[in-house]
Structures are given as structure tokens and as C-alpha cells.
Design a protein around this ligand. Structure first.
Ligand code: ADQ
Length: 719
């Protein structure tokens, strides 16, 4: 089994000091419980911040380090400054509100980005120092969004997983983040990216297309020739803990017959919707005076991020509200809201879940919300009602809950009444549905699913990028071949290979340097140069017609041999019209796209269209055209930001076959998917060269157009 390196902002331990001795206690979070199995079995290592150790004296510090090591954790220590800027200002001050759609909480100025990057780098160095080939790295959450990308640079072959525990917002919101591209690139360093729900995965896909232009195919992306998968892995809980027996505790909080206990359990966080929830409870009391004295709300709020101002403010406002409502609604013997600002031991929490008549989980946004699942698991009696926000990730898996819009306070009040009045039969049947799913998809299943997907064999054969072309050696080989009386054939694509890709096709005219180089090559004996382009023959003729080289246009539909352009066939006129009508309709609906009429084929270009819309229309168009063209002599060809229709069976490979002789030394250079046909047709011993990154069957690559030019220059000098 591959050794597991878990990386999270916080280590799952608490370090405290007593009489100069450090005490390190493992904490009980869901994540550490879920990971315990694979972590132990693989003798894993957990890397993260251990908490503030600055208060420890030397001896205590040394003993803490020893204990941390014994627990197989590796501390990444952070200075007060690092913590303030990386964690408080950036992760919690900027990323947290943006990812939870709370745009008014984004500060006008945040100086945290640089430090966020630096601390991610610090984590990267710590992980890389521990990494051994064969290890599996699993990075967690929004504090470390850049880490997968940084690790990919340091460890190109490592298997890296990333899981986001908070929502991934709609791309409309995500793109407000000034560092949006860096964040996406950071995440894309992973082989597998996990989210709590399919909607977050969709939002992510949409942001990636829109901002980086990578088009996903179902749940997969190709990033510089690397496969990156993204999927929903809804997190579960450690059900055993929550279904187990507890020691009988103080009974006084249990509702007596005719009484109702409403329960809220949250970290005190402004995304949890505590204020609106309290308002809804007050509204119930106003509408139903009969419930006064019989309805109690117990709100438990665990202290959280207390050094962040927004959290201090939120706490004050919640507490003022509790006071105000109690002031208005208390009777001589009872106050309706019982509020506690502290953490509870898990046993007591379970007791509370079991005692509650109605559990209120009403965040305005929440990645998943495990409290909802814990409540269902704890209800071994099969009773109790869950009121759940439709904006919690858990809502997608818990349709039997009474789902509410937390912004609709009246609606929430009605749902609370409905829950209180619900007949026992309905309560039990809803709870049975909730429990069945929660118990089945627990945290162990979640860990297994994620790690199994990450270990998938397909990923193991990550495509190695083709090595750089040794230009000097190729030119030497060409020279020797010519001297030995062999012919050297140079097969060159045009756009993206000889000239850079231009925003519109007509802007990609050849520059004087290229014309000079090609003219020079045309004079070399023993060298036969062919340009193979997908463009209309008129373009190629206008731009390169003056050179004494072989030209092929429209992927080979037209070839100029002996100064005469010849066609290999044409599309039937009626089909051409049908296709043209379709392309023009799509073009009219997609600003920035346009139709190109070629002599034999037709193309729809969408490089300038809004990326997501372009990609979407291209997918639809492809499906539509495939149907339209069944049984016709035409086929659909997908290029780089272009969908093309052309006569079937004519491609660059066909041309290569036609012009090549077995004794030739072949050098084929191209950048696009259509050039793969050319590479496939090249004989054994040929130099096949891909321009730029991306998956290819070519044996070598050059970085860009300048790389192709360097090759042409070397050939011109050597031959
Ligand atoms: P959180 O925002 O912390 O987690 P949640 O999923 O509800 O939200 O987890 C809270 C945990 O804290 C639960 O296990 C709960 O039992 C515990 N807890 C809450 N109140 C407590 C109290 N008073 N005393 C003791 N324990 C208490 C983030 C995301 C979530 C996502 C999780 C997991 O914001 O959306 O579900 O990570 O990915």
C-alpha cells in the first residue's frame, strides 16, 4: 500500500503545556477518524500547523516534538505574522467569504495574498522533503489551494489528491477573486480534485473553462498533457461514534411531554445563519402564543476564529439578539432561547441530538455540514425532525429533511411549526430515509472512495511530456541522409507551427523571416518541403504561393503539385448548404465566433467567444452535426477552438502516405490534433515534433513557433 502523506492547515492534535511538560492530545475530528485506517495501514505522515508552540520552554518544546513525531505528525511552524496574514487575513478574511457567497465581507484591501503564497510554498517544501517515490499525497482545503500546483513543480511524478471542504462558488462569484487564475492553477496541480457535491464540481468546471480555457470532458481535464479529474465525494461521518450508547447524563434538558426542544449546534461562524434562525424561532413564538413556555431553543455555539474581527462582531450581534428575544418572549419561569458559547464533549452532544424534537441546521452556505448527518446518525430511536438549509451541501443528499431557504425567515418559521406539529408516522419515515443514507455512506467509505479514485491505474500512466527536440542532432542526421543519397522530407503544419495562432484566421500572414527561411530551404537539393494546412487553398496560395515548395490545403483536400492546385473531391452542394445554415445559426448565437467557408469544407471558429459559451456551443454543435452527417460523405473534425466539417477520409495522414517513400528521412512538425494523423503516418525513424504542450504521439516537442524556426534555421545551415 502506498504511504499516505496527509497535508492540512492544522494537525489533528492539540498541544498544551502543564508544569513545563508538553501534552500532545490527538483531536477527534471527522477527518482524522476517517483517515485513521489508511493512515495506520500505510504508516502515513500528517503534515500541518501544530498550533502556537511559542509559549513552550526549550524542554517542553523538545518533548512536544518527540510526541508529535511518535504520532507520525510533522509540524510546519508558523510565525505570528505568517499566521495573521496567511490564515486570518487571506484564508479566512478573503477566501472564506468569497467561497460562501458573502461578497460584502470581502475587504477593500487585503495584504494577505503574498503571505498566502509564501506559506503554501513553505508547506510545499515540507512535503517535498518527506516525499518518497510511490507516496500518495492528499492535500486538504482552502488554506492550501496553491499547494498542489507547487508540489507538481517540485514532484512532477507524484500522485496528488486535493479535497475542498467548503463550497466551490458559481464561476460568476469565483471570478471576482483577483487571484482567480493562480488559485485554479494551484488546484489543477492535483491528479484528482474532490468536492462535497456535484454542483461544486460543475462550478469548478465552469470556472476552469471560463478563466483558463481548458475544456473538460465529463469529469476530466487535460492540463499540459496531464490528466486531471474532478468529482463529488460527499463526506460522511464516523457513524459508530454517533450510534453508540452514552453514559446517562443530566436529564433536566429533555423536553417533557407537550414540550418541544429545538436544537442548534454550530461553530460560531457568520455562514451558519444563527441570527436568522433565532429570528424564525421568535416568529414562531409570536404566531403561536400557545407554544410559549413549551418551546425552548438550545443554541450551542463553539468558539471559532476568535482573533478575526468579523467573528468578534458576529458573536456580539448573536448575543445581543439572544438577549433581545429573551427580553421580549420570556415568561416568569422560562426564557425561550438558551445560548451557550462553548464546545461540548461529543458524548453530551450526542445526548442533545437524541433529546431534540427538532434540529435546526440553517446555514446560509455550508460546504457539507456534518452536524445534520450526526443528528440523523444519533437518532437510534428513529424519531426527531431535521430542518435543513437548502444551501448546505448536505441538502443534496438529505431530501427527507424539511428543507428551507435560510434567507426566508417566514418560511423557516413555518417549517419549524410544521416540524413541531408533524405526526409521528411521518417523522419516523423521514428519519428512516435520512439514517439509511448517512449510515451507509460514512467517513470511512468517503476516504476509501477518494483514495481508490486517486489510486486508479489510469492515473499511474500519466503521459510523460515528450522530450525537447535535439535540434542540432536532427540537422546533423538530415545532412548525413542527404550525403548518403537519401531524400529528406519536411512536413510542416502552418498555424501554431510556423506562425503563432492569431485571434482571427486572416491575421496569421507569414512574416518576412519565415518567407526567407522557407525560400532558403526550397533551394536545398535532397530536401522536399511540404506545408500541410487546414486553411482554404486561397489563403495558402496567397501567402506561400510564391515559394517553390509543396502546398496542401484544407487538410489535404487541395494540393499544389507542379504549380497547379488540384482537388481530391468536394462536399455535395445540398449538404454544404445544410451545414452552412447550422453553422451560421450557432455563429449568430455565439458572439465572437464566425464561420469560415473553405473550398471543400466549412469551419466554425470560436477562439474569441466567451470561453464557457464557446465550449458549450461546440459540444452541442458536434452532437448535432454528427447526427446530420450520418450516411453522408462528410465528417466532423474537432480542432483547437474550431469545429470543422469536411469530406470524409481526407486528412494530413493521407497526404503523408502519398508523398513519402520508404527510404525518406522524415521530419514532421505540428501543434494541433489534426497533425496527429501526420505523426501516425510517419515511418519508423522519423522525427515527429509537437509544438507546445499537450498529449501527443509525437516523439519530441519544441516549446513554440520560435522552436520550429530554430529547427528550420539549423536545417538551412546544415544542408
Ligand atoms: P465546519 O464549518 O466546522 O466544517 P461542520 O461540517 O458542521 O462544519 O462540522 C462541525 C463539527 O464540529 C461537527 O463534527 C460537530 O459535531 C462539531 N461541533 C459543532 N459544534 C460543537 C460543539 N458545541 N462542541 C463540540 N463539537 C461541536 C467545514 C465546512 C463544512 C464541512 C466540514 C467537513 O465548513 O461545510 O461539512 O468542513 O468537510
Amino acid at each position: 500500500m502506498s504511504r499516505l502523506l496527509v497535508v492540512s492547515n492544522r494537525l489533528p492534535v492539540t498541544v498544551s503545556a502543564a508544569q513545563g511538560e508538553a501534552i500532545v492530545t490527538p483531536s477527534m475530528g471527522g477527518l482524522s477518524t476517517g483517515l485513521r485506517g489508511p493512515f495506520e495501514r500505510s504508516q502515513g505522515l500528517w503534515i500541518g500547523w501544530p498550533g502556537d508552540l511559542s509559549q513552550l520552554d526549550d524542554a517542553a518544546r523538545a518533548s512536544a516534538m518527540k510526541e508529535l513525531q511518535a504520532l507520525r505528525t510533522l509540524p510546519v511552524e508558523l510565525t505570528a505574522d505568517e499566521l495573521r496574514l496567511y490564515y486570518e487575513e487571506f484564508a479566512n478574511g478573503v477566501l472564506w467569504p468569497v467561497f460562501h457567497y458573502l461578497l460584502d465581507r470581502i475587504p477593500v484591501h487585503s495584504g494577505g495574498w503574498e503571505m498566502y503564497r509564501k506559506v503554501n510554498q513553505k508547506f510545499a517544501a515540507a512535503v517535498a522533503a518527506q516525499y518518497r517515490p510511490g507516496d500518495t499525497i492528499w492535500v486538504h482545503d482552502y488554506q492550501l489551494l496553491l499547494l498542489p500546483g507547487m508540489l507538481r513543480e517540485l514532484l512532477p511524478r507524484a500522485r496528488i489528491g486535493f479535497f475542498l471542504h467548503i463550497p466551490f462558488p458559481a464561476s460568476e462569484v469565483f471570478r471576482m477573486l483577483p487571484w482567480r487564475e493562480d488559485v485554479l492553477r494551484g488546484m489543477l496541480g492535483a491528479d484528482l480534485i474532490g468536492f462535497h457535491t456535484p454542483s461544486y464540481a460543475r462550478n469548478f468546471a465552469s470556472a476552469v473553462v471560463r478563466l483558463l480555457g481548458h475544456e473538460p470532458v465529463v469529469d476530466e481535464l487535460s492540463v499540459s498533457g496531464r490528466k486531471v479529474r474532478f468529482r463529488a465525494f460527499p463526506m460522511g461521518i464516523d457513524t459508530e461514534t454517533f450510534t453508540g450508547a452514552t453514559q446517562p447524563s443530566d436529564e433536566s434538558f429533555r423536553p417533557r411531554p407537550g414540550e418541544h426542544l429545538l436544537l442548534g449546534v454550530d461553530r460560531l461562524d457568520y455562514t451558519k445563519g444563527i441570527r436568522r434562525r433565532l429570528s424564525a424561532v421568535e416568529r414562531v413564538l409570536q404566531r403561536r402564543p400557545d407554544l410559549r413556555g413549551k418551546l425552548r431553543m438550545l443554541q450551542i455555539a463553539v468558539p471559532s476564529r476568535e482573533s478575526v474581527t468579523a467573528y468578534q462582531d458576529y458573536r456580539r450581534r448573536v448575543e445581543e439578539m439572544v438577549g433581545a428575544i429573551n427580553g421580549r418572549c420570556s415568561t416568569l419561569t422560562d426564557a425561550p432561547i438558551h445560548y451557550m458559547y462553548r464546545g461540548f464533549p461529543q458524548e453530551q452532544l450526542i445526548d442533545l441530538y437524541r433529546a431534540a424534537s427538532v434540529m435546526l441546521v440553517t446555514p446560509t452556505r455550508d460546504g457539507m455540514n456534518l452536524v445534520a448527518k450526526e443528528f440523523a446518525a444519533a437518532r437510534t430511536d428513529g424519531d426527531g425532525v431535521l430542518v435543513l438549509s437548502e444551501f448546505a451541501g448536505a441538502a443534496e443528499e438529505m431530501p427527507e429533511a424539511l428543507q428551507v431557504n435560510p434567507f426566508d425567515v417566514d418560511g423557516m418559521a413555518q417549517a419549524i411549526e410544521q416540524a413541531i406539529d408533524m405526526a409521528e408516522g411521518e417523522r419516523r419515515s423521514r428519519m428512516a430515509g435520512l439514517r439509511a443514507r448517512v449510515l451507509r455512506f460514512d467517513v470511512h467509505r468517503w476516504t476509501e472512495d477518494f483514495l481508490a479514485a486517486l489510486a486508479d491505474d489510469e492515473l499511474a500512466v500519466q503521459v510523460e511530456p515528450a522530450p525537447l527536440l535535439p535540434v542540432g542532432q536532427v540537422a546533423e542526421a538530415a545532412r548525413s541522409a542527404v550525403l548518403a543519397g537519401r531524400r529528406v522530407v519536411l512536413l510542416l503544419d502552418y498555424d501554431g507551427t510556423l506562425v503563432p495562432i492569431a485571434p482571427r484566421p486572416e491575421l496569421a500572414a507569414p512574416d518576412p523571416e519565415l518567407l526567407r527561411l522557407l525560400a532558403q530551404l526550397a533551394t536545398k537539393t535532397g530536401l522536399s518541403t511540404h506545408v500541410l494546412s487546414g486553411r482554404p487553398w486561397q489563403d495558402i496560395d496567397r501567402w506561400l504561393g510564391g515559394l517553390h515548395i509543396n502546398l496542401h490545403a484544407e487538410h489535404g483536400m487541395y494540393s499544389r503539385i507542379d504549380d497547379q492546385w488540384r482537388a481530391r473531391g468536394a462536399a455535395p452542394e445540398d449538404m454544404r448548404e445544410k451545414v452552412l445554415a447550422t453553422l451560421e445559426r450557432v455563429s449568430a448565437n455565439t458572439p465572437g465566433s464566425h464561420v469560415e467557408l473553405k473550398a471543400a469544407g466549412l469551419a466554425w471558429h470560436y477562439r474569441l467567444a466567451e470561453r464557457e459559451q464557446g465550449a458549450h456551443q461546440a459540444r452541442e454543435l458536434r452532437l448535432h452535426l454528427r447526427e446530420l452527417l450520418v450516411g453522408t460523405p462528410l465528417e466532423v473534425l474537432i480542432g483547437d477552438k474550431v469545429v470543422e466539417v469536411r469530406p470524409r477520409g481526407v486528412h494530413k495522414g493521407l497526404i503523408a502516405h502519398e508523398v513519402l517513400r520508404p527510404s525518406d528521412l522524415v521530419i514532421a512538425v505540428g501543434d494541433d490534433r489534426t497533425d496527429e494523423d501526420m505523426f501516425a503516418a510517419a515511418p519508423e525513424g522519423a522525427f515527429t515534433v509537437k509544438v507546445g504542450g499537450g498529449t501527443t504521439s509525437a516523439k519530441n516537442r519544441v516549446g513554440d513557433v520560435a522552436g520550429t524556426r530554430a529547427l528550420l534555421r539549423a536545417l538551412a545551415e546544415q544542408l
